[in-house]
Ligand binder design. Structure first.
Ligand code: NAD
Length: 478
């Protein structure tokens, strides 16, 4: 299929890469080219600049918010704080959000924001000032609101920034009952949700576990089934990378390599996540860690060491034509957005290896953000109404079964059966179910069409079809 005008014009850009993946998948759908064009394009791109006071002078900050698709409302996507942020990157990330939400059946259109700063170079007071002003600019243009566009954390931002956004929005919209639903990833004390901080990494770990549990697929790539003992290298130890390591280790995998911007460490026998973190906290670097067998000053060398699974969890364009030949992993799990270029992905798939695509792999974050948004709109924490009711019902049932059978449970068994679900348990259950069901949905599409070469193509086919149906249901397309 010929490349869309969009992809042809943007060949060397991140958004161009996403369009290229889209166009490749679109040939396996039967939608009108005009409809495909509507789905692929970014609907609204808001670029703005604002001044902040710094020291004795001023600095002008560049910022963006892109709403890629309004086939569902609100739109949703994180805000990236990075000096490398640019319009193309925000457009690409916004479009990935649209496809991601469709894959995991989260009823949002895609969006993304960007603030072009290196947060490490600013004081907390300056960061607060920038974040609040960014929010005001979004309010002025109607680019934020619980039913309009709902930001979340991304690279360089977290709960602290989300609470500044929520507070600014509430202040500017007094009396708006659902105001706290204007942003997700908030701290628990500000009506965030249990489990959101860990959600993306937890979802990544579940996606990998689901993939490696299928014997037929593992045999094809020359691995045994199951996570136990699988060797994993993770790039980027921020929010996503940290929790991915944590849950993969809990599920039985061995973290053999860790890469950060200052370098990489490796030990075939395994690295202890918390020991590495404590060392980094104390010294400012992962290098020099006593438990490492090898270390590399050039961080990207860390990606090329012996392992079964490589998890890029930092930024885009990390696995390219230049290093794909040296990657030893049989599975790449894209925890970051856009870490593998189309050419590198094609070469990896050609070898018969597996890529778990970003738009599915890191969708745990937006899934739990959706739960947080629902919590904010309903103004009640999950489990609050039914936890004790459930416990009483279970208590009565256990008593009846005990007296009818004469079997007596010990205290631990009784507690396990009687206990009602907490918010965290409900969130984790919803997250796990979403990740598992979506994996099999994508894999099924791939298995049912031998011409579909990868899980990414299958994931795009799934989301294009779902978004097309939304447009048809809206009556926008015949
Ligand atoms: P973060 O800022 O918490 O962490 C990123 C980490 O990567 C930092 O520790 C940074 O030092 C490191 N890093 C940067 N460049 C590197 C390099 N070249 N080599 C090695 N390490 C490098 O960001 P995050 O929230 O963990 O996001 C990481 C990725 O996951 C991004 O692509 C983001 O879009 C994606 N993502 C994040 C979420 C979320 O909920 N936070 C959700 C979905 C996707």
């Amino acid at each position: 299929m010929a490349k869309s005008t969009e992809a042809a014009h943007l060949e060397t850009t991140f958004f161009g890469d996403v369009c290229e993946f889209f166009d490749h998948a679109a040939q396996f759908t039967s939608h009108h080219e005009g409809l495909l064009d509507q789905i692929r394009s970014c609907n609204s791109v808001y670029r703005f600049r604002f001044p902040i006071r710094r020291g004795n002078g001023f600095e002008v900050i560049d910022a963006w918010r892109v709403e890629h698709s309004h086939h569902k409302s609100p739109t949703k996507g994180g805000i990236r704080y990075s000096e490398m942020v640019n319009e193309d990157e925000v457009m690409a990330l916004a479009s990935l959000m649209t496809y991601k939400c469709a894959i995991v059946n989260v009823p949002f259109g895609g969006a993304k924001g960007g603030i072009k700063i290196n947060p490490k170079n600013y004081t907390v007071a300056e960061l607060e000032n920038i974040t609040r002003r960014y929010t005001v600019e979004l309010i002025k243009k109607n680019f934020i609101g619980p039913g309009i566009d709902v930001p979340a954390p991304d690279y360089g931002s977290g709960e602290r920034e989300m609470s500044w956004i929520a507070d600014t929005y509430q202040t500017m919209n007094p009396g708006q009952l659902d105001a706290l639903g204007c942003v997700t990833g908030k701290p628990l004390a500000l009506h965030g949700i249990a489990g959101r901080r860990e959600a993306t990494g937890r979802g990544v770990a579940i996606s990998i576990r689901e993939c490696v549990d299928i014997t037929e697929d593992m045999t094809r790539v020359g691995l045994t089934a199951g996570l136990s003992g699988k060797r994993v290298i993770v790039q980027g130890l921020g929010n996503v990378g940290y929790y991915t390591c944590k849950y993969l280790a809990e599920f039985g995998a061995t973290i053999v390599g860790m890469c950060e911007y200052e370098g990489a460490i490796y030990n075939a026998k395994g690295l202890d996540l918390d020991d590495v973190f404590n060392h980094r906290k104390a010294t400012g670097s992962i290098l020099g860690f006593a438990g490492a067998a090898k270390e590399f000053k050039n961080s990207s060398e860390g990606l090329e060491q012996e392992c079964d699974i490589l998890v890029p969890a930092a930024l885009e364009n990390q696995i390219t034509e230049n290093n794909i030949g040296n990657i030893k992993a049989k599975i790449i799990a894209e925890a970051a957005n856009g870490p593998t270029t189309p050419a590198a992905a094609a070469a990896f798939i050609e070898r018969g290896s597996i890529i778990i695509p970003d738009m599915y792999c890191n969708a745990g974050g937006v899934t739990v953000s959706y739960f947080e948004w629902l919590k904010n709109l309903s103004h009640v924490a999950f489990g609050r109404m039914d936890k004790r009711y459930e416990e009483t019902a279970n208590f009565n049932l256990v008593n009846m079964v005990e007296s009818a059978t004469g079997v007596t449970l010990d205290a631990a068994q009784r507690k396990m059966i009687i206990k009602g679900a907490t918010e965290l348990e409900l969130v984790n259950s919803g997250l796990e179910d979403t990740m598992i069901r979506s994996y099999h949905e994508i894999r099924e599409i791939k298995m049912n069409n031998p011409k579909i070469d990868s899980l990414r193509t299958a994931a795009f086919v799934s989301s294009i079809d779902k978004i097309a149906v939304s447009y048809m249901n809206l009556g926008i397309w015949p």
